[in-house]
Design a protein around this ligand. Structure first.
Ligand code: NAD
Length: 257
């Protein structure tokens, strides 16, 4: 195990860790010697990620967490500190969307998108921050999207919620600047994950949509979860101590903002 100057740096809680980008983040952080709480709504896939981490010599536990429930977030957090110790790194990766024209959406859909993608991050941050302040060390890394920066057709509410992730993170970065805690955002472009594949499968022109996405990327390919995980691992590192309130796109040059 790597040595970290703070004990807290050894434990990471990753929401959405059961799939796609979150899973790659769990593997990357565990590979650097962190103990990881794989927090996901889907406890079976969270357990799979934890087993993958253990299989590669790392330490992880699976924690069933629904980020839309304050109670569930609190239970997952308490379980994590009991099993692994104080949480120093929080990665908010849980997210969800469906491709729908804004005029075909309704308030039930808006509430679901905002609750998972924006308020979920508020709940976990609110739960994890106080102990980080007490420890005088912390890393918050929030997964937004290039959609937050430049918009994305059929993702109006999601883009708005992800824009909220960016501005919330900048504000927390300011509030925490003298507490040893950094807060940063990673914005993936289209990335090959079960979420993207599911959205494309549910749309009539799935193959056309995914082809157009890849062609729009200057590097002419979709992102892979590990591309995004490397950026998260950097923000979570000791070396990134002087970097806060930043937004980094990982999208093969799609968004240069
Ligand atoms: P994914 O569906 O593969 O993984 C998301 C995980 O979040 C799943 O395991 C799911 O069970 C979990 N989750 C959903 N709702 C939850 C809840 N209420 N509580 C706890 N966990 C919950 O998706 P992904 O593509 O890996 O997405 C990860 C993050 O990256 C999301 O925030 C997503 O918005 C963002 N993102 C993805 C892409 C892309 O193209 N895939 C692009 C930009 C941003």
């Amino acid at each position: 195990m790597n040595s970290h100057s703070h004990d807290a740096a050894r434990v990471a809680l990753v929401t959405g860790g059961g799939s796609g980008i979150g899973r790659a983040v769990c593997l990357a952080l565990a590979g650097e010697g962190r103990s990881v709480a794989v927090a996901d709504l889907n406890s079976a896939t969270a357990a799979e990620t934890a087993a993958m981490v253990s299989g590669s010599g790392g330490k992880a536990i699976a924690v069933a967490v629904d980020v839309t429930s304050d109670h569930s977030v609190s239970e997952g957090y308490l379980r994590t500190i009991e099993d692994l110790g104080p949480v120093g790194i929080l990665v908010n990766c849980a997210g969800w969307d469906a491709l729908v024209p804004f005029l075909d959406t309704d308030e039930t859909f808006w509430d679901k998108v905002i609750d998972i993608n924006f308020k979920g991050m508020l709940r976990t941050t609110h739960r994890c921050l106080p102990a980080m302040v007490e420890q005088g060390w912390g890393r918050l890394v929030n997964i937004s999207s290039d959609a937050a920066l430049v918009g994305s057709s059929l993702e109006a509410v999601y883009s708005g919620a992800k824009g909220g992730v960016v501005s919330f993170t900048k504000t927390i970065a300011r509030e925490m600047a003298q507490s040893g805690i950094t807060a940063n955002v990673v914005c993936p472009g289209p990335t090959q994950t079960p979420l993207l594949e599911g959205m494309v499968a549910a749309s009539d022109d799935g193959e056309k949509v995914i082809g157009a996405m890849a062609r729009a990327v200057p590097m002419k390919r979709l992102g892979q979860p590990r591309d995004v995980a490397s950026a998260v691992a950097y923000f979570a590192s000791e070396e990134a101590a002087f970097v806060t309130g930043q937004t980094l796109s990982v999208s093969g040059g799609l968004t240069m903002a």
